[in-house]
Design a protein around this ligand. Structure first.
Ligand code: PEP
Length: 225
């Protein structure tokens, strides 16, 4: 099991240090924290592997606001999230750029959590499987890459997918891509065990509930159980 905490644009270096002083990770589960770029240095070297929330495909260049894989590695960062739905929704991320980011990150030696998932409208229109097929087709095969299934309608909304919905989507993804698949979308201490008990669910990508050390530790413990 792998449980990753995506802090999005929350916690500067001071709050990151305070979190790590309070966080008590259980044994028996792989845990990753994904702080914002500005807090990566504060998080590295504190006993929990650290991933960035994005990574650019170029080694360097005129790409204002972007960060390269080599820069992350130099900081001690071990991986990156790629293609989060908030990047796709608000920052023009496409399947093509997801592919480029994944390939560059893997080639440089980073691990990757590549995100896929349908919107509310796509699910209502019966297009979930087609969307997953299209998104997964852009994701490279690699031992250091895992996929996160994050239905957009469940992210930050409190509307968690039922374990059956998660299981069904994970099976579709695993038929297309031989990798671990994490579930993401309003995972909380109360629903984590039930979701991660489903056979095709290999862990969780957690947003809001990863911001508090006690609730994130509880979700990590649910992955062990
Ligand atoms: C996420 O940011 O990847 C996420 C799943 O957020 P939340 O847990 O808050 O829905």
């Amino acid at each position: 099991m792998l449980v990753a905490g995506n802090w999005k644009m929350f916690k500067g270096p001071r709050e990151t240090t305070a979190f790590l002083e309070a966080f008590e990770p259980p044994a028996g589960v792989d845990i990753v924290l994904c702080p914002p770029f500005a807090s990566l240095a504060a998080a590295v070297g504190r006993g929990v592997p650290v991933y960035a929330q994005n990574v650019h495909w170029a080694a360097e260049g005129a790409f204002t606001g972007e960060v390269s894989a080599a820069m992350l590695l130099e900081l001690g960062v071990e991986g990156a999230i790629v293609g989060h739905s908030e990047r796709r929704q608000y920052f023009g991320e496409t399947d093509a750029t997801v592919q480029q980011r994944c390939e560059a990150a893997l080639a440089a030696g980073l691990s990757v959590i590549a995100c896929v998932g349908e919107t509310d409208a796509e699910r209502d229109a019966g297009k979930t499987e087609a969307v997953l097929r299209r998104q997964v087709a852009a994701i490279p095969r690699h031992e250091r890459l895992v996929i996160a299934y994050e239905p957009v309608w469940a992210i930050g909304t409190g509307k968690t997918a039922t374990p059956d919905i998660a299981q069904e989507a994970h099976v579709v993804i695993k038929e297309l891509h031989d990798t671990r698949v994490l579930y993401g979308g309003s995972v909380k201490p109360e629903n984590a065990a039930e979701l991660m008990a489903r056979p095709a669910v290999d862990g969780a990508l957690v947003g809001g509930a990863s911001l508090e050390p006690g609730s994130f530790a509880a979700i990590c413990r649910a992955a062990v159980a």
